[in-house]
Write a protein that binds this ligand. Structure first.
Ligand code: KG4
Ligand code: ZN
Length: 329
């Protein structure tokens, strides 16, 4: 069994996954409430909380799986990208666990982890496929040719899609984290109530800074009572603009190649409208669509353990100097 650890941002997570990709335990402790009052993740606060949570979360995962450390054959951990102080807590914990038992250690790239969530049982998708990976830190269109890697076809030139949701939600006071809240509120709103411009970029790159500014202009200097009443419509219209750009680029990528399957990954892949729109696009074109449960879209350690199946692990004891990295570039 593989023990996976994930601490790149504000989720402390541990999971146990078999070599065949079956999840035996998937424990995620979110710090969202801790950071809510700041309207965003505070790196130092996140690192300190990871320190407190990492051992209990591993213990809980082992308990959930009915396993002990004796059953673990490989330890996997997110090495980057992410908040470096937060990552180092996971990397240090993973080193300690692996070293104490003489086990190999697999360093995993967080984005490869999101892609590898699509390879978990049941019903994994087999490469090649087109993947839209949208999270708080990244917006990527990927050509996934095999389990171990991918080619980037397009990326955001400014904010990530999840960041657009989170920053956008702050403007009309929709709370934090914003994506889920906008998704929830939008269900009662009219997506055509407000017209927010969608950036028209050539190629497969994305841009979300314009739509955020348009929302800012729509809500500034508005009285509280107006805002209160307009929130569902604002959420629905804003969501339509962000998702509209994601699906437009997805369709453009589909038009530019021969594809058999499409997959969504990353926290934004939990979005109801994105899931529905992508399903309609795939149905129209008779393509297979791979979606994972919302719990596997947002950060978790099962995806890290899954990715470790396709990574060359570092043999004991050569990994004590392993470092974390903040960004992939
Ligand atoms: O993948 P993830 O958990 O963490 C990163 O690697 O960044 O993604 C978190 C992002 C946040 O920006 C959050 O607002 C967004 O995913 N998100 C959503 C939804 N649930 C989470 N965005 C839109 N609709 C949702 N239902
Ligand atoms: Zn993530």
């Amino acid at each position: 069994m593989i023990l996976g650890l994930e601490t790149s941002c504000d989720e402390t997570a541990a999971a146990l996954v078999t070599e065949a990709g079956e999840i035996r335990a998937n424990v995620v402790s979110s710090q969202a409430e801790l950071h809510a009052r700041y309207g965003g993740v505070v790196p130092e606060v996140a690192s300190r909380r990871h320190l407190e949570l990492v051992a209990p979360v591993v213990r809980e995962a082992l308990g959930e799986a009915g396993a002990t450390l004796e059953d673990v054959e490989t330890v996997a951990v997110t090495q980057g990208p992410g908040l470096v102080g937060a990552l180092l807590v996971g990397v240090s914990a993973a080193k300690a666990l692996a070293w104490a038992r003489g086990l190999p250690l697999a360093p995993v790239d967080h984005l490869h982890g999101h892609v590898a969530s699509l390879f978990l049982e049941p019903d994994p998708v087999e490469p090649p496929f087109l993947c839209l990976l949208a999270s708080g830190g990244h917006t990527l269109l990927l050509d996934v040719q095999d389990h171990a890697g991918y080619t980037v076809l397009g990326t955001s030139i400014d904010d990530a899609a999840g960041e657009a949701f989170d920053k956008g939600a702050r403007l009309p006071g929709l709370g934090y984290p914003g994506g889920r809240e906008i998704d929830r509120l939008a269900a009662d709103g009219d997506p055509e109530a407000f017209s927010f411009p969608v950036a028209r970029l050539d190629g497969l790159d994305f841009s979300f800074s314009g739509v955020k500014t348009a929302l800012l202009y729509a809500v500034r200097e508005k009285p509280d009572a107006w805002l209160e009443a307009a929130r569902p419509d604002l959420a629905a219209s804003y969501q339509a603009a962000v998702v509209g750009q994601l699906t437009a680029k997805l369709e453009r990528a589909l038009g530019g190649g021969e594809w058999r399957a499409v997959a969504l990954g990353g926290g934004v892949a939990a979005n109801s409208v994105l899931r529905d729109r992508t399903a309609a696009i795939c149905e129209e074109r008779e393509l297979r669509l791979k979606l994972v449960s919302r719990e596997l879209c947002t950060d978790n350690a099962a995806m890290i353990a899954s990715a470790a199946r396709y990574v060359e692990p570092l043999p004991y004891p050569g990994y004590l100097g392993l470092d974390a990295y903040a960004s992939s570039a």
